[in-house]
Design a protein around this ligand. Structure first.
Ligand SMILES: [Zn+2]
Length: 275
């Protein structure tokens, strides 16, 4: 690939990424009501919060703040973008978990909001497998996968069976962002023996500090009741606000609550399932 082409692609991707965030937020806003019912692990011991930040890989606003957050978290990095490798390596270096933020077809929204290498329901089995493998290969240090958009794909049994089968072979867990209430991910994951986690709260489906702060209070409530909570925020349009709320609020959680990486949550889930 020659340089001018790459630069043009970079500019296009930056524009596309701005649209991705908008589109993602629209999808998330519509489905946030369904997200809160997800079940959490109820194992004994310390209460645990796992914060996941989506949409890294494109030098989005808030990336630096999230990387330097003074607690453990997980970043979801999109494949095939200008800072995919940089962001994954950066997160790993500072001790955060890295997962692949796999673009997947939504029920609503244009295909070019998805970014490169997206998983579409009209693709053949082989092509889906090839795209999932390629995306995982693109993101160094990945320990899991979650969906970017994907309200159509996560409800599609054929496609999710292939995605989760690749996860199984690569030893990765799957975090279901729960953009669709009819998601088949949990059922197929447990059939195949792939650890599946579920998002419970979207932090910044509305990009205002007041809303993000209210969502953080929901995390507090959820972790008091269920002992664990998984919540998703974003870099991009809400990025700096989300990072600021998290960094301010993290020290104010009760003394028996820890911030953990998603991989630590997977261990808790599989331990309590094994009992
Ligand atoms: Zn996303």
């Amino acid at each position: 690939m020659n340089i001018p082409k790459q630069m043009k692609a970079g500019a296009r991707m930056r524009r596309a990424a701005a649209q991705i965030s908008l589109a993602a937020m629209l999808t998330l806003a519509l489905s946030a009501a369904h997200a809160s019912a997800a079940a959490g692990d109820t194992g004994a011991g310390t209460k645990r919060i796992a914060i996941v930040i989506d949409d890294l890989g494109n030098n989005m606003a808030g990336t630096e703040e999230i990387m330097s957050a003074p607690f453990r978290l997980t970043v979801a990095v999109m494949p095939f973008l200008p800072t995919t490798k940089r962001d994954a390596e950066w997160a790993h270096r500072v001790g955060h978990d890295v997962i692949v933020h796999l673009p997947m077809e939504p029920l609503r929204g244009r295909r070019n909001w998805l970014g490169p290498g997206a998983i579409m329901t009209d693709l053949a089995d082989d092509e889906i497998r090839r795209r999932v493998e390629a995306a995982i290969d693109e993101v160094p240090y990945a320990v899991g996968v979650n969906n970017h958009m994907g309200s159509k794909v996560t409800a599609d049994e054929r496609v999710m069976r292939i995605v989760l089968d690749v996860c199984k072979k690569r030893g990765l867990f799957f975090l279901d962002s729960k953009t669709h209430y009819r998601s088949v991910v949990s059922r197929i994951g447990s059939e195949l023996g792939v650890p599946v986690l579920q998002n419970q709260i979207f932090l910044d489906d509305i990009a205002s500090t007041a809303h993000i702060s209210r969502q953080f209070e929901l995390i507090r409530k959820q972790v008091d009741e269920q002992r664990t909570c998984i919540a998703i925020g974003h870099v991009g349009i809400p990025g700096k606000k989300t990072a600021a709320v998290l960094i301010q609020s993290a020290p104010t959680v009760s003394g028996d609550t820890q911030f953990v990486r998603l991989s630590e949550m997977v261990q808790t889930v599989s331990q309590s399932r094994g009992k």
